[in-house]
Write a protein that binds this ligand. Structure first.
Ligand code: MV4
Length: 479
């Protein structure tokens, strides 16, 4: 592979190009009207305009992007995350045009894009699953029978759903019919596929996922877990590796299960297998994400590998030269997603110009960033500015580094989730490791954030007063 087109924008486009450059591979950026002056455009060796700002007129135009790749003789396309990354049709289009899609084959994307197809694929592998059914259901009477067998509360899920869309919790039998009809009509309008199924509702789970990597020679490795329970409305905010609750035995079991999920769909490249874990440390396979994930850096820091480099290597047919036994967890990593969102105003996107934009730096601090001073935060895309990642020998060290890095990250012009990150890192439940996916709902409110501000202002005032009084004393000392 001599030249890679990165079909993405922002921090992830730069992240991918950084590794391509390191490997001596030429890079091509594509950009929309809104991104003419974006850092990812300048970072690339070549850059091509592909359309208007809305993503369906630019970053989602598969045909156009393939045409650019062919014109510039790019032999690979890296899709990043989001946009075309989990589009089976686009992966196929690349295959048909003799361009390496840096990701799995379209068949694996298709299987894992459907929850029911995924359940079906892993059947032969003895993967732990939440009690429930593995086929679409439309008959309410049958659904009631199944629900009674499983026991309430149950969860109705859309097969084509993702990110919590189309999910309905049912607490009692008499709610089942209306909730089921809603779920079906919601799934039909949102995904064009009304297939729904039923699972036992795990009430306070943790979200733990395993990073895997597969080559085209039958080798599949896992790179341990990421703990992603700190999320808000299915949007992750803080991720870490390793998880505080996994034992080496559980980690091994989950890793092996994840590898089997990958084998079940003949996987190639980087992938993530998501699990729910209940309070008794039972784990259940949820779904597989067939892309490089936003939170991949925490895995890179604790395992010492460059996941993008491995993606490129396996895409061009190389065999993984690492053995599972050689992989070890070293230290602890945290990631905070820095969004241009206002934590005091229901996390609404905060648009504006970055009047000040200064990143923290130092040992144990990594910032995967896509912005710079003077830029506007475009309204057309995900408002993530950067990922602030810290790494220490212990979890506590990583947390302290995160708090310091948040203080040294200066943004003016838009509100960000930085203060929210501080709230999380100072919270007892987070520090103790005793939390689940309800953390934000359970503990966070704008008032608490304001309280934290006030406390800090008070302390600052007291320190200032003390120093003032000391100065006065000195002045009065007779010499
Ligand atoms: C569940 C669940 C509880 N029980 N399935 C949410 C998104 C989708 N990936 C699956 N999700 C869940 N499935 C059963 N049987 C709870 C969730 C869930 C969740 C999962 C991971 C991270 C955050 C979450 C927040 C709310 C609900």
């Amino acid at each position: 592979m001599k030249k890679i087109l990165v079909a993405n924008r922002g921090e992830i486009a730069i992240r991918v190009m950084r590794t391509a450059k390191k490997m001596g591979i030429q890079t091509v950026a594509v950009f929309s009207e809104a991104d003419r002056n974006a850092p990812h455009v300048r970072y690339a060796d070549e850059a091509v305009y592909i359309g208007k700002a809305p993503s369906n007129q630019s970053y989602l135009l598969g045909d156009k992007i393939i045409e650019v790749a062919k014109n510039l003789n790019a032999d690979g396309i890296h899709p990043g995350y989001g946009f075309l990354s989990e589009n089976a049709h686009f992966a196929e289009l690349c295959e048909n045009n003799n361009i390496m899609f840096i990701g799995p084959k379209s068949k694996a994307i298709k299987i894992m894009g459907s929850k029911l197809a995924a359940k079906d694929a892993v059947k032969a592998y003895n993967i732990p699953m939440v009690p429930g059914i593995d086929e679409a259901i439309t008959d309410v009477k049958k659904a009631k029978e199944i629900a009674k067998k499983i026991g309430f509360p149950i969860l109705i899920k859309a097969s084509a759903g993702g990110g919590g869309k189309g999910m309905r919790i049912v607490e009692k039998e008499n709610e089942l019919e209306s909730q089921m009809n809603r779920a079906i009509s919601e799934a039909t309008s949102a995904f064009g596929d009304g297939s729904v199924f039923i699972e036992k509702y795990v009430t306070s789970p943790r979200h733990i996922e395993i990073q895997i990597m597969a080559d085209s020679h039958g080798n599949v490795l896992h790179f341990f877990e990421r703990e992603c329970s700190i999320q808000r409305r299915h949007q992750k905010v803080v991720e870490e590796a390793p998880s505080t609750i996994l034992t080496p035995e559980l980690r091994k079991k989950m890793g092996e299960a994840a590898i089997n999920v990958a084998r079940s769909c003949d996987y190639l490249g980087a992938g993530t297998v998501e699990f729910l874990m209940d309070a008794d440390l039972n784990f259940y396979f949820l779904e597989m994400n067939t892309r490089l994930q936003v939170e991949h850096p925490v895995t890179e820091l604790i395992s010492g590998v460059d996941l993008v480099e491995l993606q490129i290597r396996v895409a061009r047919g190389e065999a993984l030269d690492i053995k599972q036994e050689d992989l070890k967890i070293n230290g602890h990593a945290l990631e905070l997603r820095v969004y241009a969102e206002d934590p005091l105003n229901d996390f609404l996107p905060s648009v504006g110009t970055l009047k000040t934009y200064k990143l923290p730096k130092g040992k144990g601090v990594r910032v995967d960033n896509g912005f710079e001073k003077g830029m506007d935060v475009p309204i057309y895309y995900d408002p993530m500015l950067s990922k602030l990642i810290t790494y220490g020998q212990t979890r506590n060290e990583a947390i302290q580094l995160m708090l310091k890095a948040i203080d040294n990250y200066h943004v003016e012009g838009v509100q960000t989730t930085l203060p929210f990150g501080k709230f999380v890192c100072e919270h007892d439940a987070f520090i103790s490791g005793n939390f689940d996916t309800h953390f934000v709902k359970k503990y966070y409110s704008p008032e608490k954030l304001l309280e934290q501000h006030k406390e800090e202002a008070k302390i600052a005032a007291i320190i200032a007063l003390k120093s003032y009084l000391e100065d006065q004393q000195l002045l009065r000392l007779p010499n």
